[in-house]
Each structure stands twice: as structure tokens, then as C-alpha cells.
Design a protein around this ligand. Sequence first.
Ligand SMILES: Cc1ncc(COP(=O)(O)O)c(C=O)c1O
Length: 460
Amino acid sequence: MYDLNQNKPLYIQLYDAIKHDIVTHQLEKGTKLSSVRKMAVQYAISKNSVSLAYQQLYSEGYIESVPKSGYFVADIVHELTPTARSSPMQETPSEPSIRYDFFPARLSPDTFPLKLWQRLFIKAMKTPLDFGAYTNRQGEEGLRSEIARYLMHSRGVLCDASQIILCAGSSDAMRQIATLFQTHFHEIAVEHPGYPAAGTIFKQYGYAIAPIEVNASGLNIDALEQTTAKMVYITPSHQYPTGVSMPITHRMRLLHWAKREGGVIIEDDYDSELRYQNRPIPALQGLENGANVIYMGTFSKALSPALRVSYIVLPHRYLEAYTTMCQMSHQRCGVALSTQKTLELFMAEGHWERHLRKIRTLNRKKHDLMRNKLKSMLGDQIEIISEGGGLAIIMRPTVAIDLHRLRENALKKGMKLYCASDLYGETWEAIRMGFGGLREEEISDAIELLNTIWIETLAR
Ligand SMILES: Cc1ncc(COP(=O)(O)O)c(C=O)c1O
């Protein structure tokens, strides 16, 4: 029986008490914790306090959640001693740890198929692999074939394995493209608002940046035609960050622009796997013969951003120049052989397709939950400006609320909010509400808490 008094918030006391029992082995690995309701009755405290304590223990890895069963003491904590760590809540009382993080590019850790990955990793390591040599510059043939096959049937990308270049993330991909075209092009058009990394990276390689406004059809092609840029970076299927999808007429116009100008389109199809309302429009690359489009994709959104695996599909006519560029710049494939081989098995054995179905269903649920909860709690005080895909809903307040203060107030309550002004200043204001990193059962409580903070911020 824990002795809870009134000096400290009750949920912190409960958190401390349970944590103490876990690290001193009084609560053994696998022990089931009482349900939130039972615990609340036992200590005559609110269910919310118990929930908060459990969530904190969960987020620090002391307990695990088993769907429909409850919370269990985790294994990892047996490596800790009672003095190894003290409560972060005690150390930094003015900065509560983050309970709800709406980071828009995060996946919840339990969505990664860890056990399967471990099994495939071991299987891959039992095949003959040469760890004494550098790997293929573009990546291993087997994985490139799997990616080419997947892109053709799921995104309509016209390609074969020889065109695939494996990269260690999209920034690596853009650095390679920037190096490849450095002597051809001196200017690149980018979307505004758009993915900040694109402008930053091309600028580092000496390109002049031409920001082009985004309208309801995506990149404004009239504005592009008024620049001298012959290269353009776009996210046509799900514009980052507005969520706009470029209609077919505009896609065709853009392809004609590239043909006419001898230009190149970099199509970043970063989260095409995650569509919840409509079927995604096929990639722009596949609309003509793909000759003027460099297609980019990543495993960061649907599998794991920690793996660092992305890819480029390079038109045939640039492959020779790419090989020369690699030789001159000592470019090597940045993805570990072990990761490549495991991913190859993951795709070849059909797990990727199954994983996509699962992850889409899960994220659709989280997306719908968040959208419905936002609408029911904040109603017409917000306008949802992007939904239906990816890992975040983008919203904008329709009432005069100080977003800076909202964010500060949220932080004090353990909630991290992301405002677009961090990326675009006052030119494009919105709140990016990532749901990918939250567990399904957390979303309702998170939005309810946001609503409370919202009301408090408006009141003061
Ligand atoms: C537009 C865009 N492209 C690409 C990526 C993925 O980058 P990476 O492959 O480096 O994880 C992101 C991630 O948020 C993105 O927003």
C-alpha cells in the first residue's frame, strides 16, 4: 500500500512509488499493474492521476502496455539500480517531461516490426556476405530490384533496378543530386512553403534558390515559368506542408515545362504509402517516359526513420554521369550492408506489403480519432487545412490566439506543439499536429488536454 499525501501532485507520488518498487525488484518483471479504475478506487484518487502516472512509467520504459490486457512491469528496468536515476520530475520541476509530443515526423515505437526484423537480420547474416569489401555504390542489386518492383506496381514509377540509388535518408539523396547537377544548373526552384531541407541543401552546394508560391493546385507553374530556374524540387502527391495534391493537368504542364526547358523535376514522394481517404494519384515520374524526373522516396514514414534508408530513381540518361560523379567524389552507399540485406528479405518475403496494410489501418484510425476529437473539442475555433494522409493533421486557428503562448502553456503541461512559424516565420502560420508518434489510446486525452490549455490561453 502506498502512502500518498498532499504535498506533491498525486500522480507524481504514485509514479515515484511504483517506480521504486520496480527498480528494487519488489515488483517483478511481467507483474500486471492494477487497472486504472481499481488503483483510483484503492487510493481514492482520480483515474486521471493514475493514468498520468502509468503514462509516465510507460514513456520511461518501466512498464509495457499489452492491448486489451493492461500494463505490465517491463524487463529493461532490472538493469537499473534505485540510485542510477532519480525521477526527472524531481530534477526539473519547472520542466515536466513530455507526455504528448505532436512531432509531425514520428512513428510510435511499437509500430516497428522488431521481432520480425531480428529474425530476418539473423537470416540475412547467414547468407554469404562479403564484409571485407565496399558494397555496390548504388546499393545491393537484390534490394534495388525489390524497390523497383514495388515502385512500379504501387506508384506507377517507370524504372528498373539499374536506376535505383540507395541513400541514407532524403538529405543524402538531395546532396547527391546537388553534386550531380552542380555543373549543369545554378538555380533551383523550391516550393514555398515547402520542405526546408531542400532549399538549405541546394544552397550549400552553391545553387541560387527561387521560392515559388504554392496554391490550391500545388506549385504555381506560372510563377515557375517566370524564373530562370531549370530545376525544380516538388512534393506533388502530398505537398509539404500544405497537403495539397497537384492535379493531373498541372502535372502534365510541369512535365512539358521540363521538356521544353531541358529541365529536371525532382519529385519527392516522401509519404505516398500513407493515404487514408482517397487512393494516391500515381507518381508524376510515370506519366511520361520518366526522362526528366528524378524520383525520391523513403522508408522513414511507413517503416522507420531510424533505419536511414531512402532512394532515388535516376533517369537512364544520367546514370553514366552518376558513376563518374561517384568516382570523383568518392561517393559510397551510405546504407549498411546488414540493413540492406534485412530490408531485401523484408520486401521479398511479402512483409513490406503486409506491414503497409497494417500501418495504414493503424494510422488511419489515429488520424480519424485526432480529426474527430479536434473538431468536437475545438470546433470552429480551428480550420483543418490538411488531412487525409501522412503522419500529421495541419490546422490553423480561426480565433485570435497567441500561438507562442499556447505553445509555452502546453510545454508547462508536458505537451509539445509544433508551429509552422518556426519554419516559415509569419509567411505561413499553422499548427502541425503529428499523430504518428502517439498511441491510439493517448489521442483523446491529448486533445482534451490541448483544449484545456487552449481555453486557458484564450482567457489570459
Ligand atoms: C518532404 C519530406 N521529404 C523527405 C522526408 C524524409 O526524410 P528522410 O528520408 O531523411 O527521413 C521528410 C521527413 O519529414 C519530408 O517531410
